[in-house]
Design a binder for this molecule. Structure first.
Ligand code: KG4
Ligand code: ZN
Length: 334
């Protein structure tokens, strides 16, 4: 029997819908919200309002692109946690209404588990068990993935997430939100060894980025007091040095996790996995360590509904669905 599933993602500032049939993505539509740029971060109330405006056209486009009428759907998957409550409620209420109207199962999906499972969308796919470094705006975790429905977090950040480290550093350089992609862009022409920012000494598989943020703050303040154009004249080298340090903090712990678990299939996921320096560094480390490395296609790294579809599809196959009184939550257990 063929399974066609509509997925909806609205946990933060992206309204997204995707259709998948038997695990293959037929459409993947994302509407971003530029309204937050001038505030230097996502404004929850504005995000909820934008989701309300976007959700009908985005779902409509996803169904049309997949040449799939609502009557052909076998299930609806939707992000239920973690995320902004107002944003999650828009997507989940919409999905519940469709589930009720079409009389098909509702499947609530864990957003971070979906990021991990983005690695199962395209060939080549990792084999279980695999490790996934999940790096986004709100999370930085090393996940041991035993099956599509069984995962555990074996390391995580004790303060900022990697995406926050990128975005907050970018803000200190006067770059607009979200600054991660801009640091990536400027870093391309820079010297990553020019400014050696300190590496935190955390003994476990956990990460810390707050010390890096503070050292960048003092470094910029001191240099700017000597030369008012310091940032402007050294932007590429500063960005390359910040990016290089964030990447090394991440990969040192990923290598440690691979050694501790003996797992050789290693993936990355989440918005920060779109970073070109991280992608290259993971591949290089993989070659050196004898890992099989996997990186989702660019469009499946940042928030999207294709990953919700693939996670929902595996939950459907495992016989898992939710009732219409499913609750959304800002935080999520694994
Ligand atoms: O997974 P995601 O799209 O949303 C969350 O669930 O948080 O991740 C967004 C984060 C932001 O912090 C953004 O700056 C970062 O991913 N990001 C990048 C790049 N593209 C997105 N960071 C560094 N380099 C990039 N190319
Ligand atoms: Zn995300």
């Amino acid at each position: 029997m063929s399974i066609t599933l509509l997925a909806i993602e609205s946990s933060c500032d992206e309204t997204a819908a995707a259709v998948c049939r038997d695990g293959s993505i037929l459409s993947n539509i994302v509407a971003s919200q530029s309204v937050h740029e001038k505030y230097g971060g996502v404004v929850p109330e504005l995000a909820s309002r934008a989701h309300i405006q976007h959700i009908v056209p985005v779902v409509d486009e996803a169904l049309k692109k997949a040449s799939c009428g609502p009557d052909k759907l076998d299930a609806i998957a939707v992000t239920k946690a973690p995320g902004l409550i107002g944003s999650l409620l828009i997507g989940s209420q919409f999905a519940k209404s469709l589930s009720l109207a079409l009389d098909i199962p509702l499947i609530g999906v864990h957003h971070m588990q979906a990021h991990v499972l983005a690695n199962l969308i395209d060939e080549p796919r990792p084999e279980f068990p695999f490790l996934c470094l999940t790096v986004s705006g709100g999370h930085t975790q090393i996940v041991l993935c035993e099956s599509a429905t069984k995962m555990q977090v074996i390391g995580e950040t004790i303060d900022d997430a990697a995406g926050e480290a990128f975005d907050k550093s970018a803000k200190l350089l006067g770059l607009p939100y979200p600054g991660g992609p801009l640091i990536d862009k400027y870093a391309q022409g820079g010297n990553p060894k020019r400014f050696p920012f300190p590496e935190p000494q955390i003994p476990s598989l956990d990460f810390s980025f707050s010390g890096l943020k503070t050292s960048i703050l003092y470094f910029i303040r001191d240099e700017e007091s000597r030369d008012a154009d310091f940032i402007k004249n050294n932007l590429a080298d500063i960005c390359a040095s910040i990016q290089q340090r964030i990447i090394s903090i991440l990969l040192v712990k990923l290598r440690k996790a691979a050694i501790q678990t003996g797992v050789r299939d290693i993936c990355i996921a989440g918005g920060v996995s779109a970073n070109s320096g991280l992608r290259k560094a993971l591949e290089e480390m993989g070659k050196k360590e004898g890992w099989n490395t996997y990186i989702p296609a660019f469009e499946y790294c940042t928030d999207n509904a294709a990953m919700i579809a693939i996670a929902g599809y595996h939950q459907f196959l495992a016989g898992k669905s939710d009732s219409l009184d499913m609750r959304v939550s800002a935080r999520a257990e694994w």
